[in-house]
Design a protein around this ligand. Structure first.
Ligand SMILES: Cc1ncc(COP(=O)(O)O)c(C=O)c1O
Length: 453
């Protein structure tokens, strides 16, 4: 009998996160202060984040200990199983072995608690009482709501309006864990009011919701902001996925030829891939692919440029692939992939050609997601379907070339709260939308005049 699941015991959980900043082959460009054009320092960030997380953000230390209190909470669902997708392999009939990390087994249903738990913990020990954040699909908001409950912090989540309307159950998860969830753009902040004055029907975007959450955090006492993706420390917390996968693959004596993840802000992709990027930097042959939507083709169509992380220009200028900070992505269902930028770490690796990016339209992603559900049975989140589309792409190429391949990918979350999106797909309401080049050219006007990396 083939082994389907590779599991680690609780005491085999990795005890440190991996920080790729220690191993980057070329230095990353620093985030810049928009006023001075100079690199931002820890003090610039201190109204927004607690100092212990700022230290992680800029750390060059390769391994960072996971605090005992965080490990204890990770053990509620981690280590997650590494599974072999034997039924899906049979369906594809390609000479590939497909392994996936099932991050859908977390209480919130995705990889997001991997960073929500440490972020809530570090804020708590720094003396913070309340966190504000944004959420796209609602996965991050629900993960942070849960983490705040665990560490007894108040939590307010600004949820991109289109997702708020499509996903009432995500909001209810946040409410169940004791958090407040507000559709963005809202009238709670100046940033939200400004958008509503110009576009009363705005579907919202992560860029707008981030502006609202930062404004909220800096205007409330004892509050800080928490971000579910993009930043260095967030990606580092997620490396627990790739580190577990390495141990699990070692147990069965295999090493992947290809590592794949879907990328919105880049955190689940990076969390899975970065330990393998480290191997690649040290000479290992491994192909690493980030999958994004054709409706928000940040890495495949955007330039590598300095840009703001949010619409209201409250963040520092980040060196990243971007479609421009005022880009409002069309309301496709993969709400978690609708971000105009990409994590600076992932952007740097794409620019260095250590990582490649591919884009898939939502029709092809739902096609393969349904095939997955009908073979492997777990129903994937719409975001995860993009990673599955890349897996199929690689498998079909292997079939064409008659080459055997071992594929590892991150199954970033389940789609049980996203069934309305499946309904839209089944009833023919989805289109294979590709963002037109004119819209990209228009949106990129927003970064004209900003410094170049
Ligand atoms: C299930 C799932 N996968 C992927 C993503 C994309 O985020 P990231 O690129 O930070 O992993 C999200 C974001 O909400 C998500 O919910």
């Amino acid at each position: 009998m083939e082994q389907i699941k590779v599991v680690l015991n609780d005491n085999e959980i990795p005890k440190q996160w991996y920080n790729i900043q220690a191993d980057m082959p070329t230095p990353m460009k620093p985030p810049l202060h928009p006023g001075t054009g100079k690199p931002v320092g820890p003090d610039d960030l201190s109204p927004v984040f607690p100092m212990n997380l700022i230290e992680q953000e800029v750390s060059q230390q390769r391994w960072i200990d996971i605090p005992e209190a965080v490990l204890e909470k990770y053990l509620l669902w981690r280590p997650t199983p590494l599974c072999r997708a034997l039924n899906f392999e049979k369906l594809l009939g390609a000479p590939v072995k497909i392994y996936y990390k099932n991050e859908g087994v977390s209480p919130a249903g995705s990889h997001k608690p991997n960073t929500a738990i440490p972020q809530a913990y570090y804020n708590k020990i720094f003396g913070i009482k309340r966190l504000a954040t944004e959420t796209g699909a609602g996965q991050w908001g629900s993960a942070l709501a849960m983490a705040c409950k665990i560490f007894d912090l108040e939590c307010r989540v600004y949820m991109v309006r289109v997702s708020y309307e499509q996903k009432p159950y995500r909001r209810l998860m946040m409410n169940t864990w004791g958090a407040e969830c507000i559709p963005s753009p809202s009238t709670m902040t100046n940033a939200g009011k400004q958008v509503l004055a110009e576009h009363p029907d705005s579907p919202g975007s992560l860029g707008i919701a981030i502006s609202e959450a930062i404004e909220d955090a800096v205007t409330h006492q004892n509050s800080r902001y928490s971000l579910g993706s993009v930043l260095n420390h967030v990606l580092m917390h997620q490396t627990i996925i790739g580190l577990e996968a390495q141990k699990q693959m070692e147990k069965i004596g295999v090493y992947p030829d290809v590592v794949i993840g879907c990328a919105g802000g880049g955190s689940n992709f990076a969390g899975t891939a970065l330990p393998f990027v480290r191997d690649k930097i040290h000479g290992k042959k491994v192909q690493i692919i980030a999958a994004e939507p054709t409706s928000c083709p940040t890495m495949t169509k955007g330039p590598f440029a300095y840009d703001f992380g949010d619409l209201a220009k409250m963040t520092p200028l980040l060196p990243m692939y971007t479609l421009g900070h005022d880009f409002v992505p069309p309301p496709i269902h993969a709400g978690g992939l609708r971000y105009h930028g990409m994590a600076p770490i992932v952007s740097h690796l794409v620019n260095e050609k250590l990582v490649e990016a591919r884009a898939y339209n939502q029709m092809e992603t739902f096609d393969v997601g349904v095939k997955w559900a009908r073979t492997e049975c777990f129903i994937p989140a719409p975001e995860t379907n993009h990673a599955i589309a890349a897996v199929v792409d690689v498998a079909m190429k292997a079939k064409e070339e008659g080459k055997e391949k071992v594929i590892l990918f991150d199954w970033s979350g389940h789609g049980l709260i996203d069934l309305a999106a499946y309904d839209a797909y089944f009833s023919g309401k989805l289109e294979p939308y590709e963002l037109p080049d004119e819209e990209i050219r228009r949106a990129l006007k927003a970064i004209e005049g900003l410094p170049k990396p």
